[in-house]
Ligand binder design. Structure first.
Ligand code: C2E
Ligand code: CA
Ligand code: CA
Length: 288
C-alpha cells in the first residue's frame, strides 16, 4: 500500500513539475495500473482497435430478432480482455469518451446498414455515457454518421441510464429532445436501479424502458422482484413506452415475461453477445 501511494505521489509530482508531492487518497485515480491502461486505451482509440459485440433483442410477440445492442470489446495486448465496466469509467474521466462513442456509433451504424442491406430489418442500440449527454455537438455528429451510412434514423436506438440523465437533467433533456426530434429512438437503460424521478420520466422523450437484469434474474425466486418487473411493464405501457427485459437466462423467465406482456427480451438464453461475424451466422441459422 505504501509503495502504491508512493507511485501515485511520484506521478503527481512529475505532472505538476514539483520536487515532491504528498499522497492523498483522492489521487487514487492516478495509480500505476490505471495510468498504464489509460495510455494503452488512448492508443487503442487512435488505432480504432476497440471492437464491438452484438447481442440480439428478441421481440416476444412475433418471436423474431428485431434489434441488437452494440457492446464495446477491448482486447489488451498484454492483459487480454478488459471488460467495459473497467475501461469505460476511465474514458469518462478523461474526456476520451466522446471520440470513443463516435467510433462505436460509426461501426454500429455501418454494421446495421449492412444487415438491412441483406434483408434483415434490425435496429442497433448504442450505449451513451453521462458525458455524451452534456455534449451539445452530439446530435449533429450522430446525424452526420447516419447520413454517411445512409441508414434510416429510426434504426438507431440510444441507451441512456437514469443516473446519467439525472446528473444534469435539464441539459440531458435538451439533447435527448433534439435526438428524438431527429427520429432516433431512445431507451432508458438499467431502469429501476438509479435515482428515478417519475416526473422526469414523464417528460423524457423516450420510447423504451429496459428493466434491469438484477430484477429479471431473480424474479422466479423473489416475489418482490417479480412485482417490480410486472409493475414496470405496466407503468411503461401506460406511458406509451415499450419494454425490454435484460438478463433473461432461463425459459421460465422468458415465459413469465410473455405472460406479463413484456415486449422484448435480451439475455444469454437468446444469445450471448457475439462478434460481428458470429452474429451474422446466428441470423442466417435463423434459430428464432
Ligand atoms: P449494459 O448496457 O447494461 O449491457 C448489458 C450487459 O449485460 C453486458 O455486459 C452484457 O454482456 C451483459 N448481459 C447480457 N445478457 C446477460 C445475461 O443474460 N446475464 C448476465 N449475467 N449478463 C448479461 P458488458 O458487455 O460487460 O457491458 C457492461 C456495461 O458496460 C454495459 O452495461 C454498459 O453500461 C457498458 N458499456 C458496454 N459497451 C459500451 C459502450 O459502447 N459505450 C458505453 N458508454 N458503455 C458501454
Ligand atoms: Ca445498455
Ligand atoms: Ca442494462
Amino acid at each position: 500500500t505504501l509503495l502504491k501511494g508512493a507511485d501515485v505521489a511520484m506521478y503527481i509530482a512529475k505532472r505538476n513539475r514539483n520536487e515532491y508531492a504528498i499522497y492523498s487518497p483522492e489521487h487514487d485515480n492516478y495509480n500505476a495500473h490505471r495510468l498504464e491502461l489509460l495510455h494503452d486505451l488512448r492508443a487503442a482509440i487512435q488505432h480504432h482497435d476497440i471492437g464491438i459485440a452484438f447481442q440480439p433483442k428478441l421481440d416476444l410477440r412475433n418471436q423474431i430478432i428485431t434489434g441488437v445492442e452494440a457492446l464495446a470489446r477491448w482486447t489488451h495486448p498484454k492483459h487480454g480482455i478488459i471488460p467495459p465496466n473497467d475501461f469505460i469509467p476511465i474514458l469518462e474521466q478523461t474526456g476520451l469518451i466522446k471520440t470513443f462513442t463516435l467510433q462505436i456509433l460509426e461501426k454500429a451504424v455501418g454494421y446495421c446498414k449492412n444487415c438491412n442491406n441483406k434483408g434483415y430489418r434490425l435496429s442497433v442500440a448504442v450505449n451513451l455515457s453521462m458525458h455524451n449527454l452534456h455534449d451539445t455537438n452530439l446530435p449533429q455528429q450522430i446525424a452526420a454518421i447516419l447520413d454517411r451510412h445512409n441508414l434510416d434514423k429510426q434504426f438507431l436506438m440510444l441507451e441512456i441510464t437514469e443516473s446519467a440523465i439525472m446528473h444534469n437533467p435539464e441539459l440531458s433533456l435538451k439533447i435527448l429532445t433534439e435526438l428524438n426530434t431527429m427520429g432516433v429512438q431512445l431507451s432508458v437503460d438499467d431502469f429501476g436501479t438509479g435515482y428515478s424521478s417519475l416526473s422526469y420520466l414523464k417528460r423524457l422523450p423516450v420510447q423504451q424502458l429496459k428493466i434491469d437484469r438484477s430484477f429479471v434474474s431473480d424474479m422466479m425466486d423473489d416475489r418482490d422482484d417479480a412485482t417490480i418487473v410486472r409493475s414496470t411493464i405496466d407503468l411503461a405501457h401506460n406511458l406509451g413506452l415499450n419494454t425490454v427485459a435484460e438478463g433473461v437466462e432461463t425459459e421460465q423467465v422468458l415465459e413469465t415475461l410473455k405472460q406479463m406482456h413484456c415486449d422484448h427480451a435480451q439475455g444469454y438464453l437468446i444469445s450471448r453477445p457475439l462478434s460481428p461475424d458470429d452474429f451474422m451466422s446466428y441470423l442466417l441459422a435463423g434459430e428464432w
